[in-house]
Write a new protein. Structure first.
Length: 105
C-alpha cells in the first residue's frame, strides 16, 4: 500500500483532533447537564455560562479546522478544474486497479 503523503497525514491529524475535541465537548456537556438538574438561580446562570463557553470553544475549533483545510480543498478544486481529463483518467485507472485487486479474492 502506498505511503501517506504529508498532506494526507496532516488531514488525518486534523480530523482526529476535531473528533477528540467534539468528544470532549459532548462529555463536558453531559456532565454539566447532569449536574444542572438540581440547580436554580445563580448556580443555574453559572452553569449556562459554562455551557455557552464550551459551545463557543467547539465553534472556534470547527472554524479553525475549516481555515486550515481550505488551502487543500482549493488546490484540489483548482487541479480538477484545470485538468478534467487527467482527473477522469486517474480515477478510472484507480478504479481498474481496485477492481482487479478485489476480483482476485
Amino acid at each position: 500500500m502506498a505511503r501517506k503523503t504529508t498532506v494526507q497525514a496532516a488531514e488525518d491529524q486534523i480530523k482526529d483532533q476535531v473528533f477528540s475535541e467534539l468528544q470532549a465537548l459532548i462529555q463536558e456537556s453531559e456532565k454539566l447537564l447532569n449536574s444542572s438538574a438540581s440547580l436554580v438561580g445563580e448556580e443555574a446562570e453559572t452553569l449556562r455560562g459554562q455551557i455557552a463557553q464550551k459551545l463557543q470553544q467547539a465553534l472556534d475549533s470547527v472554524s479553525s479546522v475549516r481555515e486550515r483545510t481550505k488551502p487543500a480543498v482549493d488546490a484540489t478544486e483548482t487541479y480538477i478544474g484545470g485538468h478534467p481529463w487527467q482527473t477522469v483518467a486517474i480515477s478510472a485507472g484507480f478504479g481498474l486497479v481496485v477492481g482487479l485487486l478485489l476480483g482476485r479474492r
